[in-house]
Design a protein around this ligand. Structure first.
Ligand code: SAM
Ligand code: SF4
Length: 421
């Protein structure tokens, strides 16, 4: 403690929801007068925001908690808390396993030693020009492999008025782009009195003066409606960028995963999206080495990716999660080396596809929202989610600029800003 108020340190791994929740937590601490510090050893309050979606993530979390054991002993006055998807409703086991942790609290909850703030108090004072807003917590889907519904609970939507109020305040504080977050944003609103849907929410947010871009993730292919696709096409601030995880190209594997759609239905959905939203960029997620996945079934995934040509693919090897139905009912029978080989095949294919897609942008002008400066370069994104870097000594933070694309790679673009327009 350097002064009267505690210093805090937040460690975060995992998805955008964890990152958004950590950002809100940090803002709330700062509102209370806590000061940030960049090393756990210097902090009075340490919060670890955990992810357990794969075993490798859980191992990192457990190692981090264990590494802080001697710190906790040496600093009995410090507070160590753990949140995120490691924490479920029954914390008895966790408390027994990690007695040096003072508090465990569920993802998105208020730290238990503080009083729950009004949502507005947890908004960052100086937010990034592109920031995240959670619109729905939890997931009702229970895909057979996924631990999230067990940790984050059932779906709970925030009301349109609460979200709109928050976005207006964020815009007042300098935000230009919001990404609306949920594990399944397409089921937004079904639990609210008037049953609004995501298209209704987008319609409302699209009216906010000063907000220039809206994105949302993640969509579930079984729940994405034509009304939503129409709204994306029609509303000028909604970006042409959609995250639509397919997970596998094989119907047998999709069934075992309990995804609720077939590969053909997914392909039709992509066609409808592309026909309705010209120039749309698509991102997907894949799990390789799911129990019993044969070479032929894996090849169906490869064929689907080769045919649909996504802008981005996030690929992961299957990791059995205790408590899920897949881990109970299906043997994790694909050898690690085969899983790794399948992952490499997909990564190589996607690298080639992304290089071709991005290569077509060479020499074109792109509209970038500048989000940050990293080392000597400004960094921002196109409406289609492409990461763009440019060097310029002037201040462009939070501005929309036109950049001539001079270099492309599978992962990002580089160019020179054109201020003549
Ligand atoms: N809700 C989204 C959906 O429907 O796909 C994704 C949320 S999930 C937490 C993020 C990604 O983690 C998934 O798309 C999936 O690819 C991956 N994932 C989830 N559980 C996994 C597991 N047991 N093994 C490997 N990857 C997993
Ligand atoms: Fe997990 Fe499926 Fe829910 Fe996504 S939709 S969070 S993969 S259960």
């Amino acid at each position: 403690m350097r002064g009267e108020m505690p210093d805090y340190y937040i460690w975060t791994i995992g998805c955008q929801m964890n990152k958004a929740e950590s950002e809100r937590l940090g803002s709330f601490f700062e509102h209370l007068g806590y000061r940030p510090t960049d090393a756990a050893e210097n902090a009075d309050v340490i919060v670890l925001n955990s992810c357990v979606v794969r075993q490798s993530a859980e191992n990192r979390v457990v190692n981090k908690i264990r590494a802080l054991q001697s710190f906790a002993r040496a600093h009995p006055g410090a507070t160590l808390a753990v949140t995120g998807c490691l924490v479920n409703s029954d914390t008895t086991r966790l408390k027994k396993e990690f007695p040096h942790v003072d508090y465990f609290f569920k993802p998105g909850d208020c730290p238990p030693w503080l009083e729950k703030p009004e949502a507005i108090l947890a908004l960052p004072q100086r937010p990034s020009p592109a920031t995240y807003v959670t619109i729905i917590q939890g997931c009702d889907n229970f895909c057979s492999y996924c631990i999230v519904p067990y940790r984050r609970g059932r779906e709970v939507s925030r009301t349109i008025s609460e979200i709109a109020c928050e976005v207006k305040e964020l815009v007042r504080r300098g935000v230009k782009e919001v990404t609306l977050l949920g594990q399944n944003v397409d089921s937004y609103g079904h639990d609210l009195p008037d049953k609004p849907d995501l298209a209704d929410l987008l319609e409302e947010l699209n009216k906010i003066d000063g907000l220039v871009r809206i994105r949302f993730l993640t969509n579930h292919p079984k729940d994405m409606s034509d009304k939503l696709i129409g709204a994306i096409a029609r509303l000028d601030r909604v970006c042409e960028w959609i995250s639509l995880p397919v997970q596998s190209g094989s119907d047998d594997i999709l069934k075992l995963m309990r995804r609720g759609y077939t590969a053909a239905q997914y392909r039709q959905m992509v066609k409808r999206i592309r026909d309705t939203v010209p120039g749309v960029a698509l991102s997907t997620d894949i799990i390789v080495g799911f129990p019993s996945e044969t070479e032929a079934q894996f090849q169906e995934t490869v064929n689907l990716l080769a045919a649909l040509r996504f802008d981005t693919v996030h690929v992961a090897v299957y990791s059995p999660r205790p408590g899920t139905s897949a881990s109970r009912e299906l043997e994790d029978d694909i050898p690690a080396a085969v899983k790794r080989e399948r992952l490499n095949i997909i990564e190589q294919l996607q690298e080639k596809i992304a290089a071709e897609i991005n290569g077509q942008l060479l020499g074109t002008m792109a509209e970038i929202l500048v989000e940050s400066r990293v080392k000597d370069k400004w960094q921002g994104r196109t409406r289609t989610g492409k990461l763009v870097f440019f060097e310029d000594s002037r201040d462009f933070l939070g501005k929309l600029v036109s950049v001539r694309i001079e270099k492309t790679s599978p992962w990002s673009l580089q160019g020179t800003v054109d201020t003549s327009k």
